[in-house]
Ligand binder design. Structure first.
Ligand SMILES: *Cc1c(COP(=O)(O)O)cnc(C)c1O
Ligand code: SF4
Length: 328
């Protein structure tokens, strides 16, 4: 894997060395981060690098993406598959936990790799693209499962597919009579907004069923001018926009940071949908916020922001029981 590659937006940083050369990693931290890079994927797009204040080691955007040596330490209770997708996988690439909706993971690559990712043992630039045969089998599973009324593309990040391939998958799912809505979970609009181009927008518009895009963002600063413009292209095309965030120590664990985040979403026509409690994936303990503290933060928003700015605070049940309200 090269240290960096040139895209329309400039060089994507994919190693400790590239991060250090870009001024985003102190030289004395490079060796520890190089060890992490051998185990977990690293990627910071030029767009995201431009949002990080390199002089601030506590920068709320940088903390999400700059690796830390502590990631190689697995704390008690952390698990390789914290959401227990494994037992709910009827065919490769599908996760079916609720009767009426199921996930399709067409690939496991992302534009950026979040240090707190719950699928960190699975995601990465090299793996997880479904073969044609696997994709056919997965779509056939949806065709044979009429109780499923929503197909949810996730991964990895489905917006990393070419517009043609994404459009093909959405159109095949959208053509199934029992599929009523299509959803795509993505970080691309805030991490690599130039990818939200005319071809991608057309793929969503031609899906044949209503499409909702759930955007993952954790701090107001991720809503740059380019990101807001990318979201506007989606909204203008009739795509519904939801916001998904993770409550993260140091990133958004204050009433002010959460208010800023959710207000930034409203300005970008994004309805805050879920605030997730951190899933206990290996090496993520530095981001943990106790449930009681999280509940207090969400309560403090009530009355302070419009009601529709407040997401539901949920946690994935370990063992695969699905999302549950966090209630202190
Ligand atoms: C989160 C999740 C969904 C979607 O749940 P919603 O509450 O509808 O957002 C669907 N399937 C699986 C397996 C999930 O983990
Ligand atoms: S974008 Fe999502 S799947 Fe990809 S690394 Fe971040 S949290 Fe994980």
């Amino acid at each position: 894997m090269p240290d960096g590659e040139t895209t329309g937006q400039g060089r994507t940083l994919r190693s400790a060395r590239a991060l250090r050369e870009a001024g985003l990693l102190r030289p004395d931290a490079e060796a520890a981060v190089a060890a992490v890079e051998g185990r977990y994927a690293v990627s910071v797009t030029a767009h995201v690098a431009g949002l990080i204040d390199a002089a601030d080691p506590a920068d709320p955007v940088g903390l999400q993406y700059i690796p830390d040596g502590s990631e190689l330490v697995t704390a008690p209770g952390e698990s390789d598959d914290p959401t227990a997708d494994g037992p709910f996988t009827p065919v490769v690439g599908v996760v079916h936990r609720y009767p009426d909706r199921a996930l399709l993971k067409p690939l496991l690559a992302c534009p950026v790799y979040c240090r707190f990712c719950f699928r960190r043992e699975a995601v990465g630039p090299d793996g997880g693209v479904l073969s044609e045969a696997e994709l056919d089998a997965a779509i056939d599973w949806f065709a044979r499962t009429p109780a499923v009324r929503e197909a949810i593309l996730t991964g990895g990040d489905p917006f990393m597919l070419s517009a043609r391939r994404l459009g093909g998958i959405l159109a095949r799912l959208g053509a199934l009579e029992h599929i009523e809505t299509l959803r795509v979970h993505t970080r691309v609009p805030v991490a690599a907004p130039d990818r939200v181009d005319a071809g991608l927008v057309r793929a969503l518009r031609e899906a044949g069923k209503p499409v909702v895009v759930a955007v993952h963002a954790n701090h107001a600063r991720e809503f740059s001018g380019e990101a807001v413009a990318a979201l506007a292209r989606l909204a203008d095309a009739g795509v519904g926009l939801l916001g998904q965030s993770v409550l993260l120590r140091g990133v958004n664990d204050s009433v002010g940071a959460l208010e800023g985040l959710f207000r930034a979403m409203l300005r970008a026509r994004v309805k805050p949908y879920y605030l997730h409690a951190l899933d206990a994936a290996p090496g993520t303990a530095r981001f943990a916020v106790p449930d009681a503290e999280g509940v207090g933060l969400v309560k403090a928003l009530r009355g302070r922001v419009p009601g529709w700015a407040i997401p539901t605070f949920v946690r994935e049940s370990p063992g695969g029981g699905g999302k549950k309200l966090v209630e202190g």
